[in-house]
Ligand binder design. Sequence first.
Ligand code: HEM
Length: 402
Amino acid sequence: MNDPTKDPRFLHDPYPTYAAMRSACPVQAVPTGSSGHSSYLVTGYAEARQALGDPRLSKNTAAFFADKRSRRRLHPAVAHNMLASDPPQHTRLRKLVTKAFTTGAVAELRPFIAGVTNTLLDRWPVGGQVDFIASLAVPLPVIVICELLGVPEADRPEVQRWSAELFAAGKPDRIDAASHSVADYMTGLIAAKRLRPGDALLDRLIAVRDGTDQLSEEELVSLAVLLLVAGHETTTNLLGNAALALLQHPAELERLRSNPEDVPTSLDELLRFDSPVSTATFRYTTEAVTLGGTEIPAGVPVLVALGAANRDPERFSSPDQLKLDRDAVGHLGFGHGIHRCVGAPLAKAEADIALRTILSRFPGIRLAVSPDQLDWRRTRLVRGLASLPVLTVATTLPRLPA
Ligand code: HEM
């Protein structure tokens, strides 16, 4: 059994492969690594939604790995977190987090996000070439999460470095080491905040109560690490994938430049069209489950290809076309069900501000290389560019967004 997602062309453009798999069978077995075992890949929209809402698909991955020998040395705070848990534990953690991480907290961050975006764009050459990924899409999300959590400015470069290490695809030792550095750092930060409370999200998480319930020390560390991990590379890839989609569709880009107030509603279509989280984190069956007519045995991993589901023609007409004015609200880019992304409003605020500011300050921006020369990161769960060279065209009036 060949795994079509291992084809090098898949990294560049996974959508023809996803379409072929979906029409053959929207839920099918694919080989897992070199072990000869199978996992199941879900590529249909209806089946993906059903899988994400099915309590028989567990996210308690620690339990799944407990009986399998692993040489990984990930810090427990990274291995055990809200995203890797089921109800009732998940319900309890999520309730406490959403009490602290409110829409008000995101709204308060908007001026900060605009300030960082402008500072990063001040370094762009006017009338030259720049890498959109390295100069904006990577630094912006991690600086914003540090601000949100309350990481002091002096510590941010180090946190940024560990955070980059956590995404060293194919380098398990480096990832494991970085997980310890980040978790140890967060443990120290929480202790410091207990002595001198501030008003950042981490302070609110320390203080949050639900009746008599509150987060334990371990839970606080694991949440702080989860927010850093879950909110960094994902947002980087949203910025990169959205920018690329717009640069490849100049008429749509021009329409947005003339109507920047449409940017927030266009984000759903951009998330649908080239989803930054191509495949949701893995789930496994706690009992045999029939999904989309396929019998999945008990105890096997199930991967939900959100990027494939978002291109299902049964749900979105002409799914391979970018149509910024379509109603894409039902897309699965942020997942679905009880684990749906907690950070969606923050990710959207960052993308809204970044795209609007670029369109305003660099209206003539265009791709510096042909799309087939672009280098995609060699990862399977998230989909994003290693670099995105763009040309900025000289403008006479650099403007800040209103
Ligand atoms: C464009 C950017 C983002 C995308 C596409 C994205 C996508 C997702 C997806 C698909 C899931 C569900 C995974 C699954 O069910 O397997 C998820 C969960 C989560 N995301 Fe995001 N995310 C983004 C940004 C963020 C940000 C900025 C934060 C926080 C600062 C964040 C925090 C989380 C957390 C904590 C969870 C776990 C929720 C739970 O287990 O209940 N995400 N995200």
